[in-house]
Ligand binder design. Sequence first.
Ligand code: AMP
Length: 508
Amino acid sequence: MSDNLFALFQSRFPAESSTTFIETEEGRIYSYTAMAYRSGRYARLLSDLGVAPGDRVLAQVEKSPEAVFLYLACLRAGAVFLPLNSAYRRDEVAYFLQDSAPAVAVVDPGREAELAPLAAEAGCKRVMTLDAGGAGSLEQEAATLDGDFGCVPRAADDLAAMLYTSGTTGRSKGAMLTHGNLAANAQALHQSWGFRPGDRLLHALPIYHAHGLFVAINCVLLNGTDMLFLPRFDAEAVVRLLPRATVMMGVPTFYTRLLAAPGFGPEACRNIRVFIAGSAPLLPETFAAFEKRTGQRILERYGMTETGMNCSNPLEGVRKAGSVGPPLPGVEARVVDEAGAALGVEAVGDLEVRGANVFKGYWRNPEKTAEAFRDDGFFVTGDLAKIDAEGYIHLVGRAKDLIISGGFNVYPKEVEQVIDEIDGVGESAVIGLPHPDFGEAVAAVVTAADGQSSPDESEIIATAKERLAGFKVPKRVFACEALPRNAMGKVQKNLLRERYAGTFKVAG
Ligand code: AMP
């Protein structure tokens, strides 16, 4: 029996094969039959081009139904799907091509001339094109082929996909995800979030990232139902289409933008059974404002490229604002100290996870892989967390964002929570800056709340002094228009650290 993920999807396809799989914003419909044929043709083309099981297929393309079919074609052909953020520039793509050595690259036609020589240098056999409308040489060459491809047998441990980590420190690494990893995670999510007949997902996430690609699409495929597929998040389009959906997944920024969108309220959400958030922290204020406006308690979950989803607030039961919930079925989580000893309730330490969802390792990087795993198989997430008495996990920041000021540990989130509550503050990011005396000094970067003027530095420091131990109080507070974020809504603290690095002059 093959463990190919596509075979698992096939076993769940709807009995009525004309059932819709994807409906685009313009109303184009792709049924399950169409998806099976289109992905079958692409799989046939890949195998005709000599793509063997285990070969990488790199795709730097815009979001489209055809890009989803290419993902599924790779699964069927036993190839390793390697999607890249379409924002990556030439030098970045050159690195990914060299590092992953793909057999085939699929790129946007507008970038073919720029990228084809780089692909050739990396030993790539063919470069094909696919544009946002689904046209290009991939589609042209596949059009006349037989779509009745089947599915190459794969073991659970064989690679299905490779996603590069966002790489805010050092070069990004290729995370190797197996058919077994993706199947285990999709099944855990499908069950935990109660997917059922008649569900329709509103999909506005990018599909080069685990969130939009695996969390969202794999749940839909296991459910045998359809999704409303938007090229990108656009608040007006989402508000218009929401009444036709039952589930929406998004990064926290989607939810703050919806709250600011005209006409967004309970009426638009009348058929939604669950809003799911993740990839970056959902502020408790956003959670509260969303509930007040719509009556819906956003369900927050936590995961990462290397592990898929690790924990989630429950569908039934208490959803706690500021927590990412207990571990998902099949996932073990623990918080440990620097020596690797497990910590008790409410103690902050390194979060480690283990389960069938956890990746196989970093591509051609045994050293980093060895560093990332403990002897007993737990993966070191790099996130700092505590577990409360009810088993819910609370993230307090990335290990690399931990500030050590004068020998004391400062968890940025604790300080951010205090600052965010101050009137006039929109949001904040707390960082450590080099300091001649303390090693690192706590500093905060804040934005003004809508329609208010820049919050006052001395007032923020005074309030923080009332509520926090002295070593946690920011020495400086900088105002900015908006915090820098990447496409998944994560605040890019590395950019802020660079911007304000010279604030406290360090001798020498
Ligand atoms: P990525 O590999 O790009 O998915 O990034 C994974 C990282 O995003 C995690 O290690 C966390 O630091 C962060 N993250 C994901 N989900 C959440 C969440 N719900 N709350 C806070 N941080 C999150």
